[in-house]
Design a binder for this molecule. Structure first.
Ligand SMILES: Cc1cc2nc3c(=O)[nH]c(=O)nc-3n(C[C@H](O)[C@H](O)[C@H](O)COP(=O)(O)OP(=O)(O)OC[C@H]3O[C@@H](n4cnc5c(N)ncnc54)[C@H](O)[C@@H]3O)c2cc1C
Length: 466
């Protein structure tokens, strides 16, 4: 079908206000936060803004009947080109469908439409002393639908896990336009082992199996107290050793973050008044829970860290905690400024590594940066081995672009070689699908079979994942 006819039919179905066809609008939807889309933006034929299951169904049925690609999109904060229509087609922007349908506090759960922003959901839940623990750095922007599709997490994943742990049931519009409810048609339970677990299958499916139109998710009681420890190391290897010893002492912090020497330098250069100690590594432990438990955990962490660290500080005073945390919270921004003519690119930014190999991997990434002559800033969620690597280049320089793509490829291969994964939280999308066979072997064939069972025509977010 010709693009002009697609646009005409969509306007007929949903009305002019819910269909975007202007070139400028379409250009906006050609990008997400990935470096890939800066190099290869993907312009859709049209964008629709549905706000009901029926509207999603209408568009999907139309696409199914006419073999048109459908690409779901939340806020476009993904780092993998996952929400981009690289070969044209219709983008379904779900971000305006942002209704919190029901906070069922008595049953410790909430029902939302896909466009609800993560931070807004937690604001609403706070009134009931509840929270939805996964905490992506993009919390103020990303949608809960995008989080479910990407199985997002963040620095609290070490204690609270990723989005998948909290999803009790979903409503999904399938590629043929049928609506499937997972987790029980009318269920309001937390525990449920009835049937094949299609909820788990949908979480992290990155939009290739269907459009998530409603989410029933579990909430947790909000912890009353919090504390933060900062430990400074002259020897990088001592940092993961400390983390291991903290676990062995029976303590599970709600966050354990690392800044290596490159990140410390970036923070100090960007905001000198923070004045982080010049060191090989800094660890930040966040502990939450009840006040006596937090105090106990803080004492044990300080004791353990003190055995190897140059200095350790434990704080429960909110002002001091904010000061200790500030360096970590601005690391991503600081990384972008390590070169006056440079930009931080989101590529190879999310590998996951066994804890026992973290120090080796950080050193290897540094060596790769030197090999290609590219500045790389390393930080991340050391508690679960999720390393964030920030290469900084001049994206207008084709030679640097070529080199950084090679660097990123090497980082992905390094992760697999070290018994890790190419992505700990951001997902595969278009940028990491080339590693699917290497990471999963025969399992990819079964993933393809699942895709085929749901989407025999291959219209749902094509050319992503594998
Ligand atoms: C500054 C910054 C910090 C970040 N920090 C983190 C972090 O700490 N942890 C983390 O996990 N991620 C992080 N991310 C990545 C990103 O924010 C998450 O993956 C987020 O969950 C994406 O949500 P979104 O609404 O922007 O989705 P989009 O980027 O719009 O889409 C992401 C994927 O989900 C699919 N999708 C979206 N909505 C639906 C739906 N309703 N149904 C089916 N498929 C759908 C899309 O097709 C695409 O494949 C960060 C990104 C940025 C820019």
């Amino acid at each position: 079908m010709e693009i002009k006819d697609i646009k005409k039919q969509l306007v007929k179905m949903l009305g002019k206000d819910k269909v975007l066809t202007d070139e400028l609008d379409l250009m906006y939807y050609s990008y997400d936060s990935s470096f890939l889309t800066k190099l290869e933006p993907g312009k859709p034929a049209a964008v629709v803004l549905p706000t009901s299951t029926e509207e999603v169904q209408k568009v999907v049925r139309f696409a199914y009947e006419n073999d048109i690609a459908i690409v779901p999109r939340g806020a476009g904060t993904g780092e993998t080109g996952g929400c981009i229509a690289f070969k044209g087609g219709i983008v379904l922007d779900l971000s305006t469908w942002d209704e919190i349908v029901e906070i069922d506090a008595k049953n410790m759960q909430v029902i939302v439409r896909p466009g609800v922003i993560h931070a807004r959901l937690n604001e609403a839940l706070a009134k009931y002393n509840l929270f939805f623990p996964p905490d992506p750095g993009s919390s103020q922007m990303c949608t809960v639908g995008g989080m479910v599709a990407n199985n997002a997490s963040g620095l609290r994943a070490v204690k609270y896990g990723a989005t998948e742990q909290y999803i009790l049931g979903l409503e999904v519009v399938l590629p043929d336009g049928n609506v499937m409810v997972t987790g029980g048609m009318n269920a309001r339970v937390i525990k449920n082992v009835s049937g094949l677990n299609l909820t788990k299958l949908m979480v992290g499916s990155e939009g290739v199996l269907g459009i998530i139109t409603q989410i029933r998710l579990r909430c947790w009681p909000k912890p009353k107290a919090r504390g933060i420890a900062m430990a400074v190391y002259d020897n990088l290897d001592d940092a993961p050793e400390t983390v291991l010893e903290v676990y062995q002492a029976g303590i599970l912090p709600s966050g354990i973050e690392i800044l290596d020497g490159s990140a410390i330098m970036a923070v100090n250069q960007f905001k000198p008044q923070i004045n982080l100690p010049d060191a090989e590594a800094i660890l930040l432990f966040e502990v939450d829970g009840n006040p006596p438990g937090v105090d106990y955990d803080g004492k044990v962490i300080a004791e353990i860290a003190g055995k190897r660290a140059r200095s350790v500080e434990w704080a429960t005073d909110p002002k001091r905690m904010a000061e200790l945390w500030e360096g970590r919270s601005i690391t991503a921004t600081a990384a972008a400024r390590v070169r006056a003519d440079g930009s931080r690119i989101f590529a190879g930014e999310d590998i996951s590594i066994p804890l026992s190999k973290i120090a080796d991997v950080l050193r290897a990434i540094r060596a790769l940066g030197d090999k290609y002559g590219i500045k790389v800033v390393n930080y991340g969620h050391i508690g679960d081995g999720n390393v964030h690597t920030a290469p900084v280049i001049n994206p207008e320089n084709p030679e640097e672009v070529e080199k950084v793509l090679q660097l990123v490829h090497d980082i992905h291969l390094l992760a697999i070689e070290m018994q890790g994964s190419t992505t700990g939280e951001h997902g595969v999308g278009a940028v990491r699908r080339q590693y699917a066979e290497l990471e999963h072997g025969l399992a990819v064939e079964y993933m393809r079979a699942v895709k085929l069972a749901f989407d025999p025509k291959g219209i749902m977010n094509p050319e992503k994942l594998f």
